[in-house]
Write a protein that binds this ligand. Structure first.
Ligand code: FES
Length: 97
């Protein structure tokens, strides 16, 4: 099972997750360290779940059109919309916005 680490407010929250889960869905059904993951729409339109990928970026799919539209140049800095990808291997992210 993949391990997900979320850095937020100078703390790190860590938990095993099922393979191929979406973290926003997990947070919504309270199966992830909630409320440490910030999100709102869950549909790639609000940008609230934007996170920078610290490690494991190569283990997730390429950004989709919604991420490209919302994040713009932040994609090049390593930001992703957490509601738009699934986790299949270890991942470390930070929410600082
Ligand atoms: S929760 Fe709104 S874009 Fe991800």
């Amino acid at each position: 099972m993949p391990i997900v680490k979320i850095h937020k407010d100078e703390k790190c929250f860590e938990q095993h997750v099922e393979k191929n889960v979406n973290l926003v869905v997990q947070a919504g059904i309270k199966k992830f360290p909630f409320p440490h993951l910030k999100y709102k729409c869950g549909m790639g339109t609000c940008g609230t779940c934007a996170s920078i990928i610290i490690s494991g970026a190569k283990n997730i799919d390429e950004p989709n059109w919604k991420e490209i539209k919302i994040l713009k140049e932040k994609i090049k800095l390593g930001y992703r919309l957490t509601c738009q990808f699934r986790v299949s291997k270890d991942l470390e992210i930070k929410q600082d916005i």
